[in-house]
Write a protein that binds this ligand. Structure first.
Ligand code: AMP
Ligand code: ZN
Length: 137
């Protein structure tokens, strides 16, 4: 179940240090080593799975619920004004650690984080075409 080459499995095994902030039967949450904002934490399943598409449903549910608990705590205890939950699935989507994780990133009014794209209206025909592809039979 554990992958000896996986740094998050090694954290779970106690071989690498981590500042744990929350844990339950299926999940553990610890501080990100390179925080985007004050309080940035990661929630992971105890069982190794690579990404969003391979994690089991019960683990996924447990991780999301743990992330929500942590988000609430970031607001209550750190005075966060909002929270981003982020998951990257695949290298093309910026995933760098291949043990499923959800980033819990507390947000503060005026903090310097920005959306990675500049929203602007899309081409309606293109949107309709891709909707067919995505949602069609
Ligand atoms: P991602 O790019 O979505 O795969 O995120 C991986 C995250 O893991 C990054 O935000 C890293 O800063 C974080 N990270 C990597 N190694 C460690 C570690 N040993 N302890 C805590 N966080 C880590
Ligand atoms: Zn792992």
């Amino acid at each position: 179940m554990a992958d000896p080459d996986c740094i998050f499995c090694r954290i779970l095994a106690g071989e690498l240090p981590a500042r744990v902030v929350e844990e339950d039967e299926r999940t553990i949450a610890f501080m990100d080593i390179a925080p985007a904002t004050r309080g940035h934490a990661l929630v992971i399943p105890r069982a190794h799975s690579v990404d969003l598409l391979s994690i089991g449903e019960q683990d996924l549910q447990a991780v999301i619920l743990a992330a929500r608990r942590l988000a609430a705590r970031a607001k209550e205890r750190l005075g966060a004004d909002g929270v981003n939950l982020i998951n990257s699935c695949g290298a093309a989507a910026w995933q760098t650690v291949f043990h499923f994780h959800v980033h819990v990133i507390p947000r503060y009014e005026g903090d310097p984080l920005q959306l990675p794209w500049v929203p602007s209206p899309g081409d309606q025909d293109e949107i309709a075409a891709v909707a067919q592809e995505l949602g069609g039979p």
